[in-house]
Design a protein around this ligand. Sequence first.
Ligand code: HBI
Ligand code: FE
Length: 299
Amino acid sequence: MGSMDRQPPQGAAADWTVPQDWASYTHVEHATWDRLFARQSAQLQARAAPSFLAGIDMLKLSKPGIPDFDELNARLGSATGWRVVAVPGLVPDTVFFDHLANRRFVAGRFIRRPDQFDYLEEPDIFHDVFGHVPLLADPIFADYMEAYGKGGLRAMQRGMVEKFARLYWYTVEFGLIRDGDRLKIYGAGIVSSHAETAFALDDPSPNRIAFDTLRTMRTPYRIDDFQQNYFVIESLADLLRRTRDVDFATLYDKLETLPDIAIGDLLEDEQIFTRGTQNYANTRAHSHSIVPGGFDVTS
Ligand code: HBI
Ligand code: FE
């Protein structure tokens, strides 16, 4: 997480954006996108939220390979008014929130190397665009992301960014959604990860808990491995109501008195879809180191 006074690197604009420079991608880079896209689209047919699947078509442009942001933005813009802008990497929180508040989603322009096909620590263009853009074509989720950006700017003034970022993590990145009597995936960190797509829905290890705004903000998360908790929303409209239409000042007052909830713990009075064994977290020999402010993007 960057401090407020970090300056954009050379070649970046004041708002940290850079040109995508689509013409400079190599054949290998386009082929990496196409292979990842084919594998994830197939795996997600029965597992992703219907609104995510509907949005995947947004990424099928006139040319194969990595999406050209100009062409993508013409389509996304007419669907929901969102745009994708390229940035050099992680941007400071204020810059990130300000882009979201104005319906601009920041995306890395680089793609993982072929030897990083299955695991990468920082978000690349496949995570950022395949993972995030399909739902930005949904009008309700589009409003949620704008509201999140506006809420982030207010959270900064309250010194609550760390807690507020947990809301993003457990919804936008690692959220599950109920679909009839089944659970489906909508979080970008899951849908862009081949291994976590299976783990999040099928593994007995993690807890799957009914989403609650305050509860997620009290729950730390791990950036170096599969999640120990997934939070389940009822619908995108319900998520929007429980975030945009609540007074965060009241929630922050409560957060100042309530302790964090230990990462694998469950509360007595919450709705639980799956009581996890936590076997994976407890037995795995961890090979990935924790990168402060970093991202786990397994795929
Ligand atoms: N920058 N490029 C980029 N992508 C992010 O997802 C991102 C960021 N900067 C800050 C940030 N996320 C966090 O503050 C959010 O998780 C709240
Ligand atoms: Fe992401």
